[in-house]
Design a protein around this ligand. Structure first.
Ligand SMILES: [Zn+2]
Length: 124
């Protein structure tokens, strides 16, 4: 491998699965991925810069995450498009930024703060 893949915690930050019943994702090779986190860590990005693609023609405000299973098969999971420019998306980003500032002020590192917020977010 000529370069390290970008960390999924950055590149895939904020993605949430539209349809929870997409998981577990089972591949024809019998591997299965229990959730988005496992899917992103257990697979490799597809070639080029096409691992994230707009799938709103398929489902409104959605983004497709294309990943290769370890067997080489390409798999797709449809997520909510985090690049949501609506009121909701903007106020979410503002709240996120504010919470990050507060956590950092409380002594957490940026990574710890982000992990905390993402954990909270996944429960809501
Ligand atoms: Zn497979």
């Amino acid at each position: 491998m000529s370069h390290l893949p970008p960390s999924h915690s950055n590149r895939y930050h904020g993605l949430t699965v539209i349809d929870e019943s997409d998981f577990p994702q089972a591949c024809a090779c019998s591997r299965s991925y229990a959730n988005l986190e496992q899917f992103l860590t257990g697979t490799t990005p597809v070639e080029g810069d096409t691992d994230l693609s707009d799938t709103s023609h398929f489902r409104e405000k959605s983004i497709g995450v294309w990943r290769n299973c370890q067997c080489g098969s390409t798999m797709l999971v449809v997520c909510k498009d985090r690049r949501d420019s609506s009121e909701n998306g903007q106020s979410y980003r503002r709240r996120f930024g504010k919470a990050m500032t507060m956590l950092k002020a409380a002594g957490f590192s940026a990574d710890e703060a982000r992990a905390k917020l993402l954990a909270l977010d996944s429960k809501s």
